[in-house]
Design a binder for this molecule. Structure first.
Ligand SMILES: *Cc1c(COP(=O)(O)O)cnc(C)c1O
Length: 354
């Protein structure tokens, strides 16, 4: 009935599909660590003694932006917050794209860049990451695509979801100095990688670094992301930011967790578990076409000749991210707690070995 009133280009639009949750969750790169007890106590004390949820939240996210800025040694003017970094991806395409204009993205990568561009009347063009090359970024290829496509925004994801490789610093520098467009560096998994990019914000006013509390900080349920950039870029993003975008509870919880020592410990544990899994999976290389790619994030990207690897793991109670269509040979597994990771390694051996 209302179909005919909907924007023509959205008539066959498919909403983002989330697979049903059953089994141990290794599908969405969430943290396996529960919220620290002392943070829980601070949050309950706030609910019991101080809450004033009658009131709209602080529309400027002041306390949270100050906490983030202090953690990175930046100014609050370098920070703006979103309902997940997904919202900031949407804001960036809203802000910069004229109808029909283009963003340049890697392929495969995070699907939200294209989604946001299309919802905001733009389109996405991709440059390929090659399996033969472990899906590594090539600055040369990116610069060549920039010349051909002349996008308004270049989205880079480092480490890249789902393939796991990060951009090398010298590659990033050469891209930034020649890009001639807005460069969005999605660092949702930056905490698990070695590369430091913070100093680039003051050198490149066209750079936006997107970060999130959903992965290393284990707050996916509260939807808090943020952008770090030059103050002029931050003010520009704020033009399209919805008033009161981030709720009061999320602002408080996120400002409680940033920089806490136990997260460094969590990150170290995830990295050592990732390396343990990568090594164990390396021993299965070639069996039924199996290959596991190196990763700098909290997940591993795998390939095999079994188009139903995801379904077979699910039969054993393990939910990984499986793909369809031209990606059906691939699956992505999130690094979880040691017990779950061991179950995963046992399950995949049983599936692959005759
Ligand atoms: C998970 C993820 C995000 C962000 O998620 P939010 O929960 O919206 O902050 C952003 N980019 C990539 C590549 C991700 O994998």
């Amino acid at each position: 009935m209302i179909e005919r009133y909907i924007r023509e280009d959205l008539r066959n639009w498919e909403n983002y599909q989330v697979q049903p949750v059953t089994g141990r969750k290794m599908d969405a790169n969430e943290s396996p660590f529960p919220l620290d007890q002392s943070v829980r106590e601070r949050l309950s004390a706030w609910i019991l003694e101080k809450e004033d949820l009658r009131l709209y939240p602080d529309t400027d996210n002041t306390v949270l932006r100050e906490a983030i800025a202090a953690y990175y040694g930046l100014s609050p003017e370098n920070v703006t917050c979103g309902v997940g970094s997904d919202q900031l991806i949407d804001y960036l395409t809203k802000l910069f794209l004229e109808p029909g204009e283009t963003i340049l993205v890697p392929s495969p990568s995070f699907s939200m860049y294209q989604t946001a561009a299309e919802i905001n009347h733009g389109k996405a063009v991709s440059f390929p990451l090659e399996p033969e090359n472990d899906f590594q970024f090539s600055a040369e290829m990116i610069l060549k695509s920039l010349k051909e496509v002349r996008p308004k925004i270049l989205f880079l994801c480092s480490p890249n979801n789902p393939t796991g490789q990060g951009l090398k610093r010298e590659d990033l520098l050469s891209i930034l100095s020649k890009a001639g467009c807005v460069v969005v560096l999605d660092e949702a998994y930056g905490e698990f990688a070695e590369n430091e990019t913070l100093d680039l914000i003051s050198r490149f006013p066209n750079l936006v670094s997107l970060r999130t509390f959903s992965k290393a900080y284990g707050l996916a349920g509260l939807r808090v992301g943020y952008a770090l950039a030059d103050p002029e870029m931050i003010r520009a993003i704020d033009r399209v930011r919805a008033p009161y975008n981030l709720n009061t509870f999320s602002q408080i919880a996120a400002s409680c967790v940033i920089g806490r020592a136990e997260y460094k410990e969590h990150i170290r544990t995830i990295i050592s578990e990732r390396d343990r899994m990568y090594k164990a999976l390396g021993a299965l290389k070639g069996i039924k076409g199996f290959h596991c790619y190196p990763s700098q994030a909290n997940y591993l990207f795998m390939q095999s000749d079994l188009p139903d690897l995801g379904a077979r793991l699910l039969e054993k109670g393990l939910l990984v991210r499986a793909y369809s269509g031209k990606m059906s040979a691939y699956a992505r597994v999130s690094v979880s707690d040691p017990e779950t990771n061991t179950l995963f390694l046992e399950a995949i051996k049983e599936i692959l070995l005759p």
